[in-house]
Design a protein around this ligand. Structure first.
Ligand SMILES: [Zn+2]
Length: 235
């Protein structure tokens, strides 16, 4: 209970200091929010969005989950994205991963952690798709850091595929997509991909992902233009 009370005390002290420096600080922010950035990051307690980016209340619209995933079936993330892009009109969408990510480490092991196993499946795909590159890294810590980086690029690609981003890009070249990795050892943000403003540039990131995937024609199963495979012909 003492620790919880400390949070309340900290809040009182912070609010008072902000008001002392600028009497209108809260009044200005209470009127409206006009953030320029949507920040998508990991839920990890060591990567607080405003603190590591040196930003203020009102600067970032934030969505966080385990291992900073952008999944099209995630109603929460898609609602945040749609509101940020179409209502708040953010100019940038930033995906931030971080070294030492517990979600990535869990995905690297064959161990079951329960419900979160389902959530982490996309990271196992990232590992699978980049197996040749990752197998060539002998050190486990370095390998996990590379997976963190590849996962960020993968999520940028997922973002580019969403109808929200597709519709926005059809009207102009905003928002720009950026991929960052936060180095928890140094406190520094490293740029993985910046200024992604088209499907072509997002596809270039996917090409890196696909480097380890066998090439060749896609399987014919389910293709409607294949003889005997259309639903109409009962195939
Ligand atoms: Zn994490």
């Amino acid at each position: 209970m003492e620790n919880f009370q400390k949070i309340i005390e900290n809040n009182r002290a912070w609010a008072a200091s902000m008001k002392a420096a600028d009497p209108e600080y809260f009044a200005k922010r209470a009127a409206r929010q006009e953030p320029l950035f949507l920040y998508i990051g990991c839920a990890d307690s060591r990567v607080p969005a405003n603190v590591v980016t040196g930003t203020e209340p009102g600067d970032l619209f934030v969505h966080r989950n385990i291992a900073n995933l952008v999944m099209p079936g995630d109603l929460n993330a898609m609602s945040v994205l749609q509101f940020a892009v179409e209502v708040l009109d953010v100019k940038h969408v930033i995906v931030t991963g971080h070294y030492g990510c517990g979600g990535v480490k869990a995905a690297m092991t064959g161990t079951s952690f329960g419900l979160v196993d389902h959530w982490l499946q996309p990271i196992r795909n990232v590992i699978r798709w980049n197996k040749p590159e990752l197998d060539a890294i002998p050190d486990e810590k370095t390998r996990s850091e590379r997976i963190v980086e590849l996962n960020v690029l993968e999520q940028i690609y997922h973002l580019s595929e969403t109808p929200v981003i597709q519709h926005a890009w059809a009207k102009g070249r905003r928002p720009l997509l950026h991929g960052l990795v936060y180095d928890i050892h140094e406190g520094l943000l490293r740029e993985m991909a910046t200024g992604i403003d088209s499907q072509e540039s997002a596809d270039a990131l996917a090409a890196r992902r696909l480097a380890g995937v066998p090439t060749g024609p896609p399987p014919l199963v389910g293709r409607l233009d294949s003889p005997g495979q259309s639903f109409a012909s009962g195939g």
